[in-house]
Design a protein around this ligand. Structure first.
Ligand code: GUN
Length: 281
């Protein structure tokens, strides 16, 4: 039976560390990190995510502001809001919750966020920095996965890492971070021969958004398995992108869903906001 990688516990430690640093920053420099979250429209999932981010920011002693706008907001109005936040010295981190309504060009909005306040790590400059192996703000979920691998004492150098999923938010930045840690990295997508590729993985990170896509029997015995998926089944149960029961018979360590990668995303957002407030990476 695999060791469980407890994301909730690791996320709590990250948050406690950030909180202590925020207290020091306030006492020594009179500086309070500020996070502005922009939410457009009434997407129910976005509302839940944004509430979680606001709550975490408040618990850690940050200033936080939610700018909620109606789905009918024009692109120009939203650009004006982002520029106003860029110019506001109390705002160190800006997060525009996705998805945005269809009449708004999300790429244009993301590119307008000041890259030094881009705590999501989605700005093309930060994506470029990551791909060049230079310091910069990194996307929160893959950063959280790297932290979990570190906590699980998982050796990466020279080992085979397989990432299933090639999104700009998780899969691609994840692969680049693993590469930077000297893993030999394969990225899989819908055209890949999944059983064959997965079977090679010493480290398997799955961010496909397909419930229980990865069968336990494909997994190399002893592999470390990180499941980024969070899929709601018809009966309300949350399942990952990996068949947990069978995978945990073969893996040496595995993240549960829920309680694995999920709590790490907000924790790393808090860490990124602190980084942005203290003048970068
Ligand atoms: N929507 C789903 N995940 C994310 C995320 O990590 N950041 C933002 N801004 N929007 C999201």
């Amino acid at each position: 039976m695999a060791q469980l990688i407890d994301g909730k516990a690791v996320a709590a430690r990250v948050r406690a560390d950030v909180k202590a640093e925020v207290e020091r920053l306030k006492a020594q420099r009179g500086l309070t990190p500020g996070l502005a979250v922009v939410r457009v429209g009434e997407d129910p999932a976005s509302k839940i995510y944004v509430n979680g981010k606001k709550k975490a920011a408040q618990e850690l002693g940050f200033n936080s502001w939610e700018h909620h706008r109606d789905a009918s907001i024009s692109q120009d109005e939203l650009l004006a809001l982002v520029r106003q936040l860029n110019a506001d010295p109390a705002v160190h981190g800006i997060l525009v919750q996705l998805p945005l309504p269809r009449h708004i060009d999300a790429e244009l909005i993301i590119s307008t966020v000041n890259p030094e306040k881009d705590v999501d790590g989605f700005h093309p400059l930060n994506a470029g920095r990551l791909s060049l192996g230079r310091p910069g703000l990194r996307p929160c979920t893959p950063l959280g996965v790297m932290r979990l691998l570190e906590e699980a004492k998982c050796e990466l150098s020279g080992r085979r890492a397989v990432v299933v999923g090639r999104s700009n938010i998780v899969g691609k930045p994840q692969a680049l971070m693993l590469l930077q840690a000297d893993a030999t990295v394969t990225i899989c997508h819908r055209k890949s021969d999944l059983p064959r590729e997965v079977g090679q993985a010493d480290i398997l990170v799955v961010a496909a958004g397909v419930p229980e896509l990865i069968r336990g029997e494909w997994i190399k015995p002893g592999a470390v398995v990180i499941d980024v998926g969070q899929n709601r089944k018809a009966d309300g149960k949350l399942v990952g992108d990996v068949e947990f029961q069978s995978a945990s018979q073969r893996a040496s360590a595995i993240t549960p869903v829920p309680g694995g990668v999920g709590p790490m995303t907000i924790a790393m957002l808090m860490r990124n906001t602190l980084t942005a407030a203290t003048g970068g990476v």
